[in-house]
Write a new protein. Structure first.
Length: 333
């Protein structure tokens, strides 16, 4: 009986010590703020938020989450959220920027040089306050999309094919990377005349959308279709994201085009899976969001514990952890 009492007392003491240790860690400035876009435009941000909540909880971090809409007002709101988080005691920030240029121009991070920053998915480049990137190889995603289109071109036996390009907004630094990665492979075919861009819109500034909104993808596709005869469309569409692809599909359907082109994408959203199964979208790229959230948590933990995290690459001098990317087609289901 006495032995059981001692064991029970020891157990309670250990639990109390562990609880005190957790409280102490939270009380020692180990507060984490996670700032994300909301899911009003891109569904996947709700998944990222849930994944990051799980990871932060597993590490025992005292994490507070903030979201803002992906528009100009949301970009301003996110900057204010950064200030609020830091003034509330957050010493570690995880940021998916709504507009990285706006954050840089505000100098908000430079005002708090002791705060550690990890960018999740999207990069904030040209900023000395960023400690780590947790993302995917953005240029490799573009190259993967381009290679898929080139494989289709080569296997078709056609001498030439038409192609149109739908890129993302310049508020997202990744959008230009997707474009650059794809054009690394496609440009020589366009210059050589094997791939014909009927609209003439090839350079990033000519093909970028105002946002990642499906409506902007639709508007862009409608603009490209104006260069084609009624009922005709390009053979291939390089759509940087699933939202751009879905917008393109809506424009094609409204134009009465049933023989849809080969269309790329990325994010592997639920709607995209429906479209791929229905043979409306040809492929997408899964970015393994759980893996990315795990990497983000690993980096934050390394900063908090002051223990090194092994990274094999860097972007703009900032060390980066990449999550794996996977090609998804109708054969994946």
């Amino acid at each position: 009986m006495k032995k059981n009492f001692l064991v029970k007392a020891l157990f309670i003491t250990v639990v109390a010590l562990l609880s005190a240790a957790c409280y102490k860690s939270h009380d020692n400035g180990h507060k984490v703020a996670v700032l994300l876009p909301d899911d009003s435009i891109i569904d996947r941000w709700a998944i990222d938020k849930q994944n990051l909540e799980d990871v932060m909880d597993q590490y025992g971090f005292d994490a507070t989450f903030y979201v803002a809409p992906e528009n100009e007002d949301g970009a301003v709101q996110q900057i204010q959220q950064i200030k609020t988080a830091i003034k509330s005691g957050a010493k570690y920030l995880v940021i998916t920027p709504i507009d990285y240029n706006a954050i840089n121009e505000s100098k908000v991070l430079e005002q708090y040089p002791s705060v550690k920053v990890v960018c999740h998915d999207r990069f904030i480049q040209n900023n000395p306050c960023i400690d780590f990137f947790s993302s995917t190889d953005t240029k490799e995603i573009g190259r993967m999309q381009a290679m898929f289109l080139l494989n289709h071109y080569h296997s078709s036996g056609a001498a030439t094919m038409t192609i149109e390009i739908l890129a993302g907004p310049d508020t997202d630094n990744n959008a230009k990377d997707y474009y650059d990665g794809a054009m690394d492979l496609l440009r020589k075919y366009i210059v050589g005349g094997q791939l014909i861009v009927k609209s003439g819109k090839k350079e990033y500034n000519d093909v970028k959308a105002d946002s990642w909104n499906v409506a902007d993808g639709k508007e862009a596709m409608e603009d490209r279709l104006a260069s084609y005869a009624e009922g005709e469309c390009p053979d291939m569409v390089l759509a940087s994201s699933d939202n751009m692809a879905q917008g393109a599909i809506e424009a094609l359907m409204e134009a009465g085009i049933t023989d849809v082109p080969v269309i790329t994408g990325q994010d592997n959203s639920e709607m995209t899976q429906v479209y791929i199964k229905a043979k409306k979208q040809t492929m997408t790229i899964d970015k393994n969001l759980r893996d990315m959230a795990y990497n983000t948590g690993l980096l934050v933990n390394g900063l908090i514990s002051k223990s090194p995290v092994q990274t094999s690459q860097s972007v703009g001098g900032v060390p980066v952890l990449y999550s794996k990317i996977t090609l998804v087609t109708i054969d994946s289901f």
